[in-house]
Write a protein that binds this ligand. Structure first.
Ligand SMILES: [Ca+2]
Ligand SMILES: [Ca+2]
Length: 122
């Protein structure tokens, strides 16, 4: 009985160690930044050279970017399972300017005609 318990604890410790090991490896090998929710970055390539950025938690309602971050976004990471719509105008008015697919990244909005335009998201 005692031997069984010892074995169980050892197995638990081993699995915990391998979990820590694998997550550390994943972190070290991922050079590109990530975003747990929906993030916009002032610069191309996800804020790689430093700059302003904003994280949103999209839930289907409209979020207007605050004025200090208005018309700023040049790249985005959508870490959510939602399709996020980006608008040039505040309060999600007017046409959708850009649609961010679930679990997608775009390192530059220029080729989408949407660089430095983002004012609200839904
Ligand atoms: Ca705008
Ligand atoms: Ca692009």
């Amino acid at each position: 009985m005692k031997r069984k318990t010892t074995f169980a604890i050892t197995a638990l410790l081993l699995s915990a160690t391998s979990l820590i090991g694998s997550s550390a490896t994943a972190h070290a090998s991922s050079a590109a930044p990530d975003c747990a929710s929906f993030c916009i970055y002032e610069h191309d390539n996800f804020n790689f050279w430093g700059g302003r950025w904003v994280m949103f938690f999209p839930d289907g309602s409209c979020r207007t970017v605050k004025s200090s971050r208005d018309n700023m976004a040049s790249s985005m990471i959508n870490g959510t399972n939602r399709r996020v719509r980006l608008y040039d105008r505040k309060n999600c008015a007017g046409p959708v300017g850009y649609i961010a697919k679930p679990k997608s990244k775009d390192k530059d909005f220029t080729n989408n005609g949407f660089d430095n335009k983002l004012s609200s998201i839904r």
